[in-house]
Design a binder for this molecule. Structure first.
Ligand SMILES: [Zn+2]
Length: 84
């Protein structure tokens, strides 16, 4: 709940801003895009910090999307999902 806990970037000491971001992942030629990821992003260098538990959520979403993409052989398409 304390949004001020993480106040500066450990790379450059820049200010972190809370953002909802999207990231794209590629595996075996399949591309998936996850949006709605809540993270802290450095306003100076762009380094991204996931919230506690956030990285796990994203990894799970990515894994299930890749499983779907590869099963459906949608190698040329791109799957999208949101986490919240
Ligand atoms: Zn930084």
């Amino acid at each position: 709940m304390n949004e001020l806990m993480k106040a500066s970037c450990s790379e450059c000491k820049g200010k972190l801003r809370r953002k909802t971001i999207s990231q794209e992942f590629e595996r075996e030629g399949a591309k998936v895009r996850i949006s709605g990821i809540k993270a802290w992003v450095c306003s100076q260098c762009g380094e991204t910090y996931f919230e506690p538990g956030g990285a796990d959520k994203v990894a799970q979403a990515v894994n299930s999307l890749f499983a779907l993409a590869l099963a459906e052989r949608q190698h040329k398409g791109r799957l999208n999902a949101r986490v919240s």
